[in-house]
Design a binder for this molecule. Structure first.
Ligand code: FAD
Length: 608
């Protein structure tokens, strides 16, 4: 009896942790923390709750045994070896997930074992050979600011706090992809810590790891190793920011939706605009609490500003109804990122995506209307006059249809692991809800399934790994198509023991052609230390935490007497831009301003 009590006290003292069948003592965690430039956060630590959580609240109940904050490449090597050294006798290692910005919408950067956090790997600088070094923990907001200061850009999305780690692992798609291609098309080399704990660098010409370089460009994060650094080719000068950004909104009405969708559809199919323009068609909630939605055109023009203004005017001219709000700004990429970020409540999201490979039909746009009516049919809506209910918000949907093609299709399907080079459109839909509110979870889950069943016949069963959905059945084909078998072969070579695993991780090949001695020839490189990173971690982390709260830099525009007024204004501005567009350093401060028709707040892209 006495021995049992003493044993229990002993257990309590050393706090044994059990992650995925592997037991780690708090003494071991402390030893790990001592050997890192970064830190280890345990459930007993004060900031544990905020540090384990990902961007979406959907997976808040997945609580890790530890969050390991890496600040250098050597930290990543250390933690990988720590995991390997703590394997159980049968060789299995503890569950872990890699996290850069934590925006994965299917919970793949959450774990009940260890979360390896790379937000501190935020190295960002331009090298002498005209390449940029970008750490996985660099957020899009930090990147665009830096890129603008250094007169270049790269394809990126428009959520300020998404990080390059996950964004590039999935391919990287954005408003400027029709002009510049996918993010992965600009990668020159990648530093990665392998499942063996070695740090290597790989590139296109690599004799030993070229297959891994291929797989890391669109094969999905958390499958083959931990990326610690990207070296990016810098596009030529004329591809730099700023450009013409537009966000034009109409109050939703099903007839108007039909008209705008059909006008937009003809417009994006018009090849005479080349690859300079991408305009997304979106449906976005006006606020978190009401049943009101906007139909929105959200786009970016990368060509000559004066031409862009003409094209926008032409597009608007074809729509018979005055927009509720419109913003047509000459902004830097940084300005655009900021303008699409907003304060957000902590809510859960469930998203899904599909590619189309053909034109879109009227049937598809009608189906979208039906799904919106279904969403509005949720019968437990919070009462907007009740303060308590307001804090919960309501389930809402957000969707966009983005034109693909352009420079994305300059590469063949097998050039990188991202396979959907010949897609014509990307469709993404998300439902947002508060965790505790009136069966919202059940409602939203059913709604997403029925929405995807409704739209899939008009699109395809192919999906984008950056907007994943755990409900996908044939996910191997949906995310990777014909590239899947090759990805399995790479998995068999680098991770034959399936150390990197999650719900939809790449499976082992049926026959592994590599044996344990011939898998690859190690060619390790030395990890970089913290002081070699050009941006101070503290500065960047502080900025990142503010990213979501940034308000748009520009004001909204109202077009009252729409057709005549906007065309006149646009032409006038076009002339002014033409006269003043030589020096673009101060361009982000120049924008066209109109006055809002009403005071409704435009909810923005990160309502996802
Ligand atoms: C509001 C919002 C807007 C978005 N807009 C766009 C968009 O415009 N275009 C677009 O393409 N995508 C977009 N996305 C999707 C986004 O690019 C992906 O979710 C991306 O994976 C997020 O990267 P992260 O590092 O922030 O997320 P994480 O959750 O940290 O990582 C995502 C996945 O990659 C793995 N991973 C992360 N870092 C590494 C690493 N260094 N090495 C190996 N594996 C790693 C994780 O384990 C996880 O599986 C958006 C997402 C949100 C929530």
């Amino acid at each position: 009896m006495l021995y049992s009590i003493l044993f229990l006290i002993f257990l309590k003292l050393i706090r044994l942790h059990n992650a995925g069948g592997v037991t780690i003592s708090s003494t071991d965690w402390s030893a790990l923390a001592d050997s890192l430039d970064g830190d280890v956060m345990l459930p007993t630590d004060d900031n544990y709750d905020t540090s384990y959580r990902a961007w979406t609240a959907t997976y808040d109940d997945v609580k890790p045994e530890a969050v390991v904050y890496c600040k250098s490449e050597s930290d990543v090597v250390t933690v990988m070896n720590f995991i390997l050294e703590h394997a159980s006798e049968d060789g299995s290692v503890m569950d872990f997930a890699v996290r850069s910005g934590g925006h994965n919408l299917a919970g793949w950067s959450s774990s009940d074992g260890v979360v390896i956090d790379l937000s501190g790997l935020n190295q960002l600088y331009v090298s002498e050979d005209n390449t940029a070094i970008v750490g996985p923990g660099v957020s899009l907001s930090i990147f665009t600011k830096f890129a603008e200061e250094n007169d270049f850009t790269l394809p990126h999305g428009d959520c300020a706090s998404v990080c390059f780690g996950g964004f590039l692992n999935g391919g990287g798609f954005g408003l400027i992809s029709r002009t510049f291609g996918m993010g992965v098309d600009w990668i020159k080399s990648i530093n990665v810590v392998l499942p063996t704990g070695e740090l290597i660098q790989t590139s296109q010409e690599d004799e030993y790891y070229g297959d891994l370089f291929w797989a890391l460009r669109g094969g999905g994060g958390g499958n083959f190793g931990i990326v610690t650094q990207y070296e990016m080719n810098i596009p030529q000068k004329e591809l730099k920011s700023p450009g013409l950004y537009l966000e034009i909104s109409w109050n939703y009405d099903s007839n108007l939706w039909g008209e705008i969708a059909s006008t937009w559809n003809s417009f994006v199919q018009d090849q005479s605009y080349g690859n300079h323009f991408a305009v997304y068609l979106r449906i976005t909630p006006v606020t978190y609490i009401t049943k009101d939605y906007y139909i929105q055109l959200h786009g970016f023009w990368t060509g000559e500003q004066v031409d862009g203004l003409m094209v926008v005017a032409k597009l608007l001219d074809k729509i018979s109804v005055t927009p509720t709000q419109a913003k047509v700004d000459y902004v830097s990429f940084e300005g655009w990122i900021e303008s699409s970020a907003s304060d957000r409540l902590r809510y859960s999201s469930h998203c899904s995506s599909r590619f189309a490979f053909d034109t879109l039909s009227k049937g598809f746009f009608d189906a979208i209307s039906t799904t919106l009516e279904d969403m509005i049919s949720y019968d437990n809506y919070a009462d907007p006059t009740d303060e308590d209910e307001l804090t919960y918000g309501n389930p809402t949907e957000f969707l966009f249809i983005a034109p693909a093609g352009g420079a994305i299709s300059n590469h063949a399907i097998g050039d990188t692991a991202f396979p959907w080079r010949d897609a014509t459109y990307l469709f993404v839909v998300c439902a947002r809800y508060m965790n505790d509110y009136e069966n919202a979870y059940d409602f939203v889950e059913k709604w997403i399934v029925s929405t995807m069943d409704t739209v899939e016949p008009f699109l395809s069963d192919k999906s984008f790994i950056n907007f994943p959905d755990n409900n996908l059945v044939n996910w191997q084909n949906a995310f990777y198509g014909d590239n899947y078998a090759r990805l399995q072969s790479v998995k068999g070579k680098y991770d034959p023991n399936n150390i990197f695993r999650f719900k939809f991780s790449i499976e082992q090949p049926e026959t592994n052609i590599y044996d344990s001695t011939s898998r690859f020839k190690p060619k390790s490189i030395s990890p970089k230390k913290v002081h070699e990173f050009s941006i101070e971690n503290e500065q960047v982390m502080q900025q990142s935490s503010n990213d979501d709260g940034k308000k748009g830099a520009s004001s909204a525009v109202i077009v009252t007497s729409y057709v005549i007024a906007i065309t006149t204004i646009v032409l006038l501005i076009a002339v002014i831009f033409k006269l003043t567009s030589k020096n673009c350093k101060n361009c982000k401060t120049r924008h066209t301003e109109y006055t809002p028709v009403n005071n409704q707040q435009v909810s923005s892209y990160n309502t996802i």
